[in-house]
Design a binder for this molecule. Structure first.
Ligand code: SAM
Length: 361
């Protein structure tokens, strides 16, 4: 099995509605996404001509890529529909809405479908497949949004898993605090993935349609080691090495575990958009995903953060180390990070959510 398939199969969020599930533990993502609401509304009102876009069919097509199991996707979609409805108020006939919910095939679509709001004002379709390739027909969608998903690379860069490469990432789980070669390998993987993402969306989005993306970001030139997430990745590596020394996992398992997540700067995305040539940039900004947290972060915030990370990244650990070690890994990680609360609080957390909106030419 190729590395791409290995990662794609292991990404999906913790399914169902249980205590560790994504559906019950995605409130941090929801709060961050809520910061985008007003901007998305403004973009819809000012940047798209909804009336012309749907003049033939009177049906508006929206896609949410990397929708997971809900419920965040539902509130985001509802907000977009409200904005479009408002912008089409003067139309004599009310438009209909069709929403494509996309995620990887192994996503728990059953949980997603059974939680669809019963009083929803749209038709719903599930679209399984990687957004790094085509998933929808040519010119078939008016607004595509994706929140918290495009920082997931299509795979761990192959060089970081290659013992003979300078980018061999021994004893680390991420490019944070890693060698320049490792950083470059992640950066190039992101470049290739974002290129494929934009190519596919350029085919699927109608002329005049909008692509809205919220993902992990970082100011240009800032080392990843400044970020709070860096403390988490370093602690993950420490925990794994400790478990290796206790004979619970092998050295090989530690050395081949890498988290395929990349934080992009606005400047590097802008270069890729320019290279693609099919979109204009309507909005591009780094935002503070924890702007809603008005007080200093405390121990309970760190615990909650880890609960969300477990629901989000748990399957990566399960696939690599086995189901039986998941709780142990996250108990150790939480204890370690709780002890580092002050360090997390004082590290850089401000402009680490990249939000951009592109219009299809
Ligand atoms: C953190 S969740 C975000 C879910 C949701 N958008 C939200 O805001 O709550 C990221 C989702 O992106 C999905 N994802 C990651 N890579 C993907 C890809 N290449 N194609 C489709 N979905 C992908 C994951 O399976 C996961 O469900």
């Amino acid at each position: 099995m190729g590395k791409v398939e290995i990662v794609l199969n292991s990404l999906p969020m913790s399914g169902g509605h249980g205590p560790d599930s994504y559906s019950k533990n995605s409130h941090l993502q929801r709060r961050s996404a809520s910061l985008l609401r007003e901007i998305i509304d403004k973009l819809i009102m000012e940047k798209i001509d909804a009336k012309t876009l749907i003049s033939c069919t009177n049906t508006f097509h929206i896609a949410d890529l990397g929708c997971a199991t809900g419920p965040n996707t539902f509130s985001l979609v509802e907000d977009i529909i409200k904005s479009i409805d408002t912008s089409l108020q003067s139309n004599s006939t009310k438009p209909e809405f069709l929403v494509f919910f996309n995620d990887l095939p192994s996503n728990d679509f059953n949980t997603l479908f059974t939680s669809l709001p019963p009083d929803r004002s749209y038709f719903a379709v599930g679209v399984p497949g990687s957004f790094y390739s085509r998933i929808l027909p040519q010119s078939s969608v008016h607004i595509v949004l994706t929140v918290g998903a495009t920082h997931w690379l299509s795979s761990v860069p192959k060089e970081v898993l290659d013992k003979s490469s300078k980018a061999w990432n021994k004893g680390k789980v991420h490019y944070s605090n890693a060698s320049e070669e490792v950083v470059k390998a992640y950066e190039e993987q992101f470049g290739r993935d974002m290129e494929r993402f934009l190519e596919a969306r350029a085919k699927e989005i109608v002329s005049g349609g909008l692509l809205v993306v919220g993902m992990c970001g970082i100011p240009l030139g800032m080392p990843f080691s400044n970020l709070a997430d860096s403390i988490m990745y370093n602690s993950m590596a420490d925990v794994l090495i400790q478990m290796q020394s206790q004979g619970l996992i092998s050295e090989e398992q530690v050395d081949t575990f890498n988290v395929p997540i990349y934080s992009a700067s606005p400047e590097e995305v802008a270069v890729l958009v320019e290279k693609n040539g099919c979109f204009t940039i309507e909005f591009m900004e780094l935002m503070d995903p924890t702007a809603w947290l008005k007080r200093p972060m405390d121990v309970e915030d760190v615990r909650q953060w880890m609960v969300c990370i477990k629901a989000t990244m748990g399957s990566l650990f399960i696939n690599h180390f086995g189901d039986h070690l998941l709780d142990d890994i996250f108990d150790r990680l939480t204890t370690k990070l709780v002890g580092l609360t002050e360090k997390v609080e004082s590290s850089y957390r401000e402009k680490v959510m990249l939000f951009f909106a592109l219009k299809r030419k």
